[in-house]
Design a protein around this ligand. Structure first.
Ligand code: ZN
Length: 260
């Protein structure tokens, strides 16, 4: 009887130990599993922070703000305003300005903004010989890649002056515009902002210049108002992509409206 009792007692103790061990093991593996999920989550957040990964809704309207002639002291305030609203834009930089604004170039790249080539010294490229055009384009490509390790992906000719030779030598899609608030002439932030808000349609490309304080002020007003109207502020390449357009080097694009 006693022996049987001892045996039962031992069995119960044994079972308790096995269950305890199983409980500990499963608890530990659950802990490991949770830890792995947390680490993964942290990595995703980190990647999003660096790459500024955004979720874009193809069913909502999009507009591309573009800034020419910079960088300048007003470029960083514009970038910070875009960042504040999780928005992007495209900057057509002038090569001769680039080396003075490495922080701005790096910030553009870090945010995921697009950088375009707007020549090295802003001449009328149509008046130059092929070697001159090439030098103007390569000068900016080199200046940009020295700072961020990548060449500009798009091209916009100074004054919008283009011919077949310049288009061919640009070796990039040629980006024009569909909304021009003439910010360089107006120098009035309310007027610039009002012009954009009155004209804007899905697929528009807006021409601005990050050279003027009034343009930087207009941006502070117009970005939240565009978002309020339902617009997503994207780069030119994002706009093309969401309209199903594959851009070709040397071809001109003024907007990406009603492509389908
Ligand atoms: Zn220009």
């Amino acid at each position: 009887m006693n022996q049987e009792f001892d045996y039962r007692k031992k069995s119960v103790v044994g079972l308790i130990i096995i269950f305890a061990l199983l409980f500990c093991c499963s608890g530990f593996s659950y802990y490991q599993h949770r830890k792995a999920i947390e680490t993964e989550k942290r990595q995703i957040i980190l990647i999003n922070k660096i790459k500024n990964t955004r979720v874009l809704d193809p069913n909502r309207p999009m507009v591309a703000l573009t800034f020419d002639d910079g960088p300048s002291p007003y470029t960083m305030p514009i970038l910070l305003e875009l960042e504040k609203h999780n928005s992007l834009a495209t900057f057509f930089v002038v090569g001769s300005n680039v080396s003075s604004y490495p922080k701005e170039l790096k910030k553009m790249q870090e945010m995921g903004c697009e950088i375009g080539n707007h020549s090295t010294s802003h001449p009328k490229l149509t008046t130059l010989k092929p070697e001159g055009v090439k030098a103007e384009i390569e000068g900016t490509n080199d200046a940009v890649s020295t700072i961020i390790g990548e060449k500009p992906t798009l091209f916009r000719p100074p004054y919008g002056e283009i011919n077949a030779q310049v288009a061919q030598l640009s070796e990039a899609p040629v980006i024009m515009w569909s909304i021009d608030p003439e910010d360089w002439k107006a120098k009035n932030s309310a007027q610039i902002s009002e012009h954009i808000l009155n004209c804007v349609q899905d697929g528009d490309i807006v021409l601005l210049h990050d050279l003027y304080e009034t343009t930087a002020q207009a941006v502070v007003d117009v970005i939240p108002k565009l978002i309020e109207k339902g617009y997503q502020l994207v780069t030119v390449s994002e706009l093309a992509k969401f309209q199903g357009v594959t851009m070709t080097n040397g071809i001109q694009y003024g907007h990406f409206k009603n492509q389908q």
